[in-house]
Design a protein around this ligand. Structure first.
Ligand SMILES: NC(=O)c1ccc[n+]([C@@H]2O[C@H](COP(=O)([O-])OP(=O)(O)OC[C@H]3O[C@@H](n4cnc5c(N)ncnc54)[C@H](OP(=O)(O)O)[C@@H]3O)[C@@H](O)[C@H]2O)c1
Length: 268
Protein backbone atom coordinates (compact mmCIF):
# COMPACT_ATOMS: atom_id res chain seq x y z
CA UNK A 1 0.00 0.00 0.00
CA UNK A 2 1.40 3.36 -1.05
CA UNK A 3 1.99 6.31 1.23
CA UNK A 4 -0.01 9.26 -0.06
CA UNK A 5 0.69 12.89 0.78
CA UNK A 6 -2.06 15.42 0.19
CA UNK A 7 -0.22 18.64 -0.52
CA UNK A 8 -2.41 21.64 0.33
CA UNK A 9 -5.33 20.20 2.23
CA UNK A 10 -8.13 22.71 1.73
CA UNK A 11 -11.67 21.68 0.76
CA UNK A 12 -10.79 19.15 -1.95
CA UNK A 13 -7.63 17.87 -0.24
CA UNK A 14 -9.61 17.21 2.93
CA UNK A 15 -12.34 15.41 0.96
CA UNK A 16 -9.72 13.09 -0.55
CA UNK A 17 -8.08 12.55 2.80
CA UNK A 18 -11.30 11.79 4.69
CA UNK A 19 -12.49 9.51 1.87
CA UNK A 20 -9.24 7.52 1.97
CA UNK A 21 -9.60 7.13 5.75
CA UNK A 22 -13.27 6.05 5.41
CA UNK A 23 -12.22 3.46 2.84
CA UNK A 24 -9.78 1.97 5.34
CA UNK A 25 -6.52 3.49 4.06
CA UNK A 26 -4.28 3.31 7.16
CA UNK A 27 -3.70 6.69 8.79
CA UNK A 28 0.04 5.94 9.02
CA UNK A 29 0.10 5.69 5.20
CA UNK A 30 -1.25 9.23 4.84
CA UNK A 31 0.52 12.55 5.18
CA UNK A 32 -0.80 16.05 4.73
CA UNK A 33 0.69 19.49 4.28
CA UNK A 34 -0.88 22.87 5.06
CA UNK A 35 0.22 26.46 4.67
CA UNK A 36 -1.14 27.77 7.98
CA UNK A 37 -0.31 26.28 11.41
CA UNK A 38 -3.94 26.55 12.60
CA UNK A 39 -5.10 24.52 9.59
CA UNK A 40 -2.39 21.93 10.34
CA UNK A 41 -3.63 21.65 13.96
CA UNK A 42 -7.23 21.32 12.78
CA UNK A 43 -6.31 18.44 10.43
CA UNK A 44 -4.29 16.60 13.08
CA UNK A 45 -7.09 16.92 15.63
CA UNK A 46 -9.78 15.87 13.15
CA UNK A 47 -8.02 12.92 11.50
CA UNK A 48 -5.04 11.98 13.68
CA UNK A 49 -2.72 11.96 10.70
CA UNK A 50 0.72 13.46 10.46
CA UNK A 51 1.05 17.01 9.11
CA UNK A 52 4.50 17.56 7.62
CA UNK A 53 6.14 20.26 5.53
CA UNK A 54 6.09 20.02 1.76
CA UNK A 55 9.68 18.78 1.46
CA UNK A 56 9.15 16.02 4.04
CA UNK A 57 6.04 14.95 2.11
CA UNK A 58 8.13 14.72 -1.06
CA UNK A 59 10.75 12.51 0.56
CA UNK A 60 8.39 10.28 2.59
CA UNK A 61 5.39 9.69 0.32
CA UNK A 62 5.13 7.57 -2.86
CA UNK A 63 2.20 9.55 -4.24
CA UNK A 64 2.00 13.35 -4.09
CA UNK A 65 -1.61 14.53 -4.49
CA UNK A 66 -1.39 18.25 -5.23
CA UNK A 67 -4.59 20.00 -4.11
CA UNK A 68 -3.58 23.67 -4.00
CA UNK A 69 -5.43 26.30 -6.03
CA UNK A 70 -4.10 26.50 -9.60
CA UNK A 71 -2.69 29.97 -8.95
CA UNK A 72 -0.65 28.59 -5.99
CA UNK A 73 0.81 25.65 -7.93
CA UNK A 74 3.73 27.66 -9.39
CA UNK A 75 5.00 28.75 -5.96
CA UNK A 76 4.59 25.21 -4.62
CA UNK A 77 6.55 23.73 -7.52
CA UNK A 78 9.27 26.38 -7.12
CA UNK A 79 9.69 24.94 -3.61
CA UNK A 80 9.46 21.20 -4.29
CA UNK A 81 9.70 20.71 -8.07
CA UNK A 82 13.40 19.92 -8.44
CA UNK A 83 13.41 17.80 -5.23
CA UNK A 84 10.84 15.27 -6.43
CA UNK A 85 12.53 11.93 -7.20
CA UNK A 86 11.36 10.46 -10.52
CA UNK A 87 9.99 7.31 -8.85
CA UNK A 88 7.25 9.37 -7.15
CA UNK A 89 3.83 9.75 -8.73
CA UNK A 90 2.49 13.30 -8.91
CA UNK A 91 -1.31 13.53 -9.02
CA UNK A 92 -2.71 16.95 -9.83
CA UNK A 93 -6.19 17.86 -8.62
CA UNK A 94 -5.82 21.42 -9.91
CA UNK A 95 -8.58 22.58 -12.25
CA UNK A 96 -7.34 23.79 -15.60
CA UNK A 97 -3.62 23.11 -15.15
CA UNK A 98 -2.25 20.83 -17.86
CA UNK A 99 0.18 18.08 -16.87
CA UNK A 100 2.78 19.90 -19.02
CA UNK A 101 2.73 22.65 -16.35
CA UNK A 102 4.01 20.07 -13.84
CA UNK A 103 6.33 18.29 -16.27
CA UNK A 104 8.15 21.57 -16.97
CA UNK A 105 8.83 22.03 -13.26
CA UNK A 106 9.61 18.41 -12.29
CA UNK A 107 12.70 16.31 -13.08
CA UNK A 108 12.46 14.68 -16.53
CA UNK A 109 10.74 11.30 -16.26
CA UNK A 110 8.46 12.07 -13.27
CA UNK A 111 5.03 10.55 -13.93
CA UNK A 112 2.10 12.98 -13.70
CA UNK A 113 -1.60 12.11 -13.62
CA UNK A 114 -4.34 14.75 -13.83
CA UNK A 115 -7.56 14.27 -11.92
CA UNK A 116 -10.81 16.18 -11.78
CA UNK A 117 -13.06 15.11 -8.92
CA UNK A 118 -16.04 16.87 -7.35
CA UNK A 119 -17.49 17.67 -3.94
CA UNK A 120 -19.96 14.73 -3.67
CA UNK A 121 -16.78 12.89 -2.63
CA UNK A 122 -17.94 13.83 0.86
CA UNK A 123 -20.72 11.22 0.56
CA UNK A 124 -18.65 8.77 -1.55
CA UNK A 125 -20.57 9.80 -4.69
CA UNK A 126 -17.86 11.76 -6.49
CA UNK A 127 -17.29 11.67 -10.22
CA UNK A 128 -13.56 11.55 -10.84
CA UNK A 129 -12.03 11.79 -14.30
CA UNK A 130 -8.44 10.60 -14.61
CA UNK A 131 -5.94 11.37 -17.38
CA UNK A 132 -2.42 10.15 -17.95
CA UNK A 133 0.16 12.89 -18.38
CA UNK A 134 3.83 12.57 -19.28
CA UNK A 135 5.48 9.27 -18.21
CA UNK A 136 2.29 7.97 -16.57
CA UNK A 137 1.66 4.30 -17.30
CA UNK A 138 -1.40 2.08 -16.86
CA UNK A 139 0.02 1.08 -13.47
CA UNK A 140 0.06 4.73 -12.38
CA UNK A 141 -3.54 5.21 -13.52
CA UNK A 142 -4.49 2.09 -11.55
CA UNK A 143 -2.95 3.58 -8.38
CA UNK A 144 -5.02 6.74 -8.86
CA UNK A 145 -8.17 4.65 -9.46
CA UNK A 146 -7.44 2.78 -6.22
CA UNK A 147 -7.30 6.17 -4.44
CA UNK A 148 -10.51 7.57 -5.93
CA UNK A 149 -12.80 4.53 -6.35
CA UNK A 150 -13.80 4.59 -2.64
CA UNK A 151 -14.94 8.20 -3.19
CA UNK A 152 -17.36 7.36 -6.01
CA UNK A 153 -17.17 6.60 -9.72
CA UNK A 154 -14.04 7.01 -11.83
CA UNK A 155 -13.52 7.31 -15.57
CA UNK A 156 -10.38 7.55 -17.70
CA UNK A 157 -10.40 10.36 -20.28
CA UNK A 158 -7.76 11.82 -22.60
CA UNK A 159 -6.23 14.94 -21.06
CA UNK A 160 -7.56 17.03 -23.98
CA UNK A 161 -11.07 16.49 -22.50
CA UNK A 162 -10.22 17.67 -18.99
CA UNK A 163 -11.31 21.31 -19.39
CA UNK A 164 -14.72 20.07 -20.55
CA UNK A 165 -14.82 17.65 -17.60
CA UNK A 166 -14.04 20.55 -15.25
CA UNK A 167 -16.96 22.51 -16.69
CA UNK A 168 -19.38 19.57 -16.60
CA UNK A 169 -18.73 17.45 -13.48
CA UNK A 170 -16.11 19.49 -11.57
CA UNK A 171 -18.44 22.50 -11.32
CA UNK A 172 -21.55 20.36 -11.90
CA UNK A 173 -22.79 20.11 -8.29
CA UNK A 174 -23.17 23.91 -8.23
CA UNK A 175 -25.57 23.84 -11.20
CA UNK A 176 -27.78 21.25 -9.50
CA UNK A 177 -27.79 23.24 -6.24
CA UNK A 178 -28.78 26.38 -8.15
CA UNK A 179 -31.60 24.49 -9.83
CA UNK A 180 -32.85 23.08 -6.52
CA UNK A 181 -32.66 26.54 -4.90
CA UNK A 182 -34.72 28.02 -7.74
CA UNK A 183 -37.28 25.20 -7.53
CA UNK A 184 -37.67 25.72 -3.77
CA UNK A 185 -38.37 29.40 -4.51
CA UNK A 186 -40.93 28.30 -7.08
CA UNK A 187 -42.60 26.09 -4.46
CA UNK A 188 -42.77 29.09 -2.12
CA UNK A 189 -44.29 31.18 -4.93
CA UNK A 190 -46.97 28.51 -5.25
CA UNK A 191 -47.72 28.83 -1.54
CA UNK A 192 -45.82 25.87 -0.06
CA UNK A 193 -43.97 26.28 3.25
CA UNK A 194 -40.19 26.49 2.63
CA UNK A 195 -39.43 23.25 4.50
CA UNK A 196 -42.08 21.33 2.56
CA UNK A 197 -40.81 22.70 -0.77
CA UNK A 198 -37.25 21.75 0.26
CA UNK A 199 -38.22 18.21 1.22
CA UNK A 200 -40.28 17.68 -1.95
CA UNK A 201 -37.59 18.82 -4.33
CA UNK A 202 -34.56 17.25 -2.63
CA UNK A 203 -36.20 13.81 -2.62
CA UNK A 204 -37.36 14.36 -6.21
CA UNK A 205 -33.74 15.18 -7.17
CA UNK A 206 -32.44 12.05 -5.42
CA UNK A 207 -35.11 9.81 -6.97
CA UNK A 208 -34.52 11.23 -10.45
CA UNK A 209 -30.74 10.84 -10.11
CA UNK A 210 -31.03 7.21 -8.97
CA UNK A 211 -33.40 6.46 -11.89
CA UNK A 212 -30.99 8.10 -14.33
CA UNK A 213 -28.11 6.02 -12.98
CA UNK A 214 -29.86 2.68 -12.46
CA UNK A 215 -32.38 2.45 -15.32
CA UNK A 216 -29.81 3.04 -18.05
CA UNK A 217 -32.55 4.94 -19.92
CA UNK A 218 -31.86 8.12 -21.88
CA UNK A 219 -33.06 11.24 -19.98
CA UNK A 220 -35.46 12.05 -22.81
CA UNK A 221 -37.24 8.72 -22.29
CA UNK A 222 -37.50 9.30 -18.53
CA UNK A 223 -38.84 12.81 -19.11
CA UNK A 224 -41.42 11.55 -21.61
CA UNK A 225 -42.78 9.21 -18.92
CA UNK A 226 -43.74 12.31 -16.88
CA UNK A 227 -45.00 14.35 -19.84
CA UNK A 228 -48.57 13.41 -20.71
CA UNK A 229 -50.44 15.05 -23.61
CA UNK A 230 -51.92 18.44 -22.68
CA UNK A 231 -50.75 17.80 -19.12
CA UNK A 232 -49.04 19.92 -16.48
CA UNK A 233 -45.42 18.94 -17.24
CA UNK A 234 -45.54 20.00 -20.89
CA UNK A 235 -46.88 23.40 -19.83
CA UNK A 236 -43.83 23.83 -17.59
CA UNK A 237 -41.47 22.56 -20.29
CA UNK A 238 -42.84 25.07 -22.80
CA UNK A 239 -41.90 27.84 -20.34
CA UNK A 240 -38.42 26.37 -19.78
CA UNK A 241 -37.87 26.29 -23.56
CA UNK A 242 -39.33 29.82 -23.95
CA UNK A 243 -36.83 31.04 -21.37
CA UNK A 244 -33.92 29.37 -23.14
CA UNK A 245 -32.89 27.05 -20.29
CA UNK A 246 -31.22 24.59 -22.68
CA UNK A 247 -29.33 27.38 -24.50
CA UNK A 248 -28.36 28.88 -21.12
CA UNK A 249 -26.80 25.57 -20.04
CA UNK A 250 -24.86 25.24 -23.30
CA UNK A 251 -23.52 28.79 -22.90
CA UNK A 252 -22.80 28.33 -19.19
CA UNK A 253 -20.71 25.21 -19.65
CA UNK A 254 -18.83 26.80 -22.53
CA UNK A 255 -18.04 29.74 -20.21
CA UNK A 256 -16.80 27.36 -17.49
CA UNK A 257 -14.61 25.51 -20.01
CA UNK A 258 -13.18 28.83 -21.27
CA UNK A 259 -12.50 29.96 -17.69
CA UNK A 260 -10.60 26.70 -17.01
CA UNK A 261 -8.41 27.50 -20.05
CA UNK A 262 -7.93 31.09 -18.89
CA UNK A 263 -6.86 29.98 -15.37
CA UNK A 264 -4.33 27.62 -16.93
CA UNK A 265 -2.89 30.35 -19.16
CA UNK A 266 -2.66 32.78 -16.21
CA UNK A 267 -0.86 30.15 -14.08
CA UNK A 268 1.78 29.15 -16.64
N1 LIG B 1 -13.79 23.11 -4.78
C1 LIG B 1 -14.19 22.30 -5.78
O1 LIG B 1 -15.38 21.97 -5.95
C2 LIG B 1 -13.16 21.71 -6.72
C3 LIG B 1 -13.58 20.70 -7.60
C4 LIG B 1 -12.61 20.10 -8.41
C5 LIG B 1 -11.29 20.52 -8.34
N2 LIG B 1 -10.91 21.50 -7.51
C6 LIG B 1 -9.49 21.88 -7.49
O2 LIG B 1 -8.95 21.48 -6.24
C7 LIG B 1 -7.91 22.38 -5.87
C8 LIG B 1 -8.15 22.86 -4.47
O3 LIG B 1 -9.36 23.58 -4.43
P1 LIG B 1 -10.06 23.89 -3.05
O4 LIG B 1 -11.42 24.39 -3.36
O5 LIG B 1 -9.88 22.74 -2.14
O6 LIG B 1 -9.13 25.13 -2.56
P2 LIG B 1 -8.72 25.52 -1.07
O7 LIG B 1 -9.83 25.17 -0.13
O8 LIG B 1 -8.22 26.94 -1.12
O9 LIG B 1 -7.49 24.56 -0.74
C9 LIG B 1 -6.19 24.77 -1.14
C10 LIG B 1 -5.31 24.59 0.09
O10 LIG B 1 -3.94 24.59 -0.31
C11 LIG B 1 -3.20 25.29 0.68
N3 LIG B 1 -1.94 25.73 0.09
C12 LIG B 1 -1.73 26.66 -0.86
N4 LIG B 1 -0.42 26.77 -1.16
C13 LIG B 1 0.21 25.85 -0.39
C14 LIG B 1 1.56 25.46 -0.23
N5 LIG B 1 2.53 26.06 -0.94
N6 LIG B 1 1.87 24.50 0.64
C15 LIG B 1 0.90 23.89 1.38
N7 LIG B 1 -0.41 24.21 1.28
C16 LIG B 1 -0.75 25.18 0.41
C17 LIG B 1 -4.12 26.41 1.05
O11 LIG B 1 -3.71 26.99 2.26
P3 LIG B 1 -4.49 28.28 2.87
O12 LIG B 1 -5.55 27.67 3.73
O13 LIG B 1 -3.45 29.01 3.61
O14 LIG B 1 -5.05 29.06 1.71
C18 LIG B 1 -5.46 25.70 1.12
O15 LIG B 1 -5.68 25.10 2.39
C19 LIG B 1 -7.92 23.53 -6.86
O16 LIG B 1 -6.83 23.41 -7.75
C20 LIG B 1 -9.24 23.36 -7.59
O17 LIG B 1 -9.10 23.75 -8.94
C21 LIG B 1 -11.82 22.11 -6.68
Amino acid sequence: MHTIAVIGAGKIGELVLSGLLRSGWPAEKLLVTARRPERARELTERYGIRVVDNLAAVSEADVLAVAVKPQDAGVLLDEIGTKVPTDKLVVSLCAGLPTSFFALRLPEGTPVVRVMTNTPAVVDEAMTAISAGPHATGAHLAIVEEMFTPLGATIRVPESQQDAVTALSGSGPAYFYLLVEAMIDAGILLGLPRQVAHELIVQTAIGSAVMLRDSGEHPVKLREQVTSPAGTTISAIRELENHGVRAALLAALEAARDRAREIASQSS
